[in-house]
Design a protein around this ligand. Sequence first.
Ligand SMILES: C[S@@+](CC[C@H](N)C(=O)[O-])C[C@H]1O[C@@H](n2cnc3c(N)ncnc32)[C@H](O)[C@@H]1O
Length: 264
Amino acid sequence: MKAMDTLQIRIKNVAKGGNLVEQLGYAQVRCKWSVERLAERAGLDIRTVQAVQSGRGSVASLTAMLQVLAPDAERQEVAGSHWTYHKLKDSERDLRFTPPHILAALTAAFGPIELDPCSHADAPITASRKIMLPEDGLVAEWASEGLTYVNPPFSHLQPWLAKALDHFEGGEIGKLVFMLPASRLDLKDFAFRASNYATTVFLKRRFTFVSPNPRFAHPVPFTIALICAGCDEADITQFCRLIPGMVMAPQQSARDVNRELAQL
Ligand SMILES: C[S@@+](CC[C@H](N)C(=O)[O-])C[C@H]1O[C@@H](n2cnc3c(N)ncnc32)[C@H](O)[C@@H]1O
């Protein structure tokens, strides 16, 4: 149990309590079981149960007790244990800037960035128009004939994707490259909108964002995808020559692109 505390392993659906020992105590009270009864139900001897109750005992004994005291118990995600998927209280803390080598490949393939709607003064990005807090990029009007590049706060993805697609479908922006974790392609806006007309590039290599926050000082721990709408196939291929990627396109021709890229 000490190890579980050290590793910040938390179990939910047990009972109230500040730690697992307290939770087990409350769960036992809820069941109205004596130690003897608990030992019998868990298939353990009484001393083993007492060891677990005092914060010692093996994981196997603990598991046996949890199975009878709280059959729905399961591991709880630890807030902050995975750097992208917890809700940030302050969007200013999501300072994950696109690294220069990705920016260079984007502009080489798709042309200069005209609009960065969620930018930052410290981001190494060059764009004709940068929308920065306190101006709200989710409220501002977006307009650009050239490339709109969106690397949104990953903690608040959906409204950014919806707005980017609204403006692309409305013709206010001509070319869109939208960065997100590949696992978030489960968003309905991707499934029912973007996937019908956009090509998606999965970056093969993990890279490290530029950030003043040490939390982001490591290569991104998941696959990054770029949703590319209104982009020429040849430009996407060019990008993937510079930054190796796998292409998923709505057109039949995606097969040819992937075949070519596999040769690189
Ligand atoms: C992941 S960073 C990307 C920065 C830059 N676009 C880049 O790619 O390097 C997301 C940025 O969005 C900014 N941001 C968050 N909410 C915003 C909003 N409502 N309007 C404008 N910018 C916002 C944050 O300040 C943060 O710097």
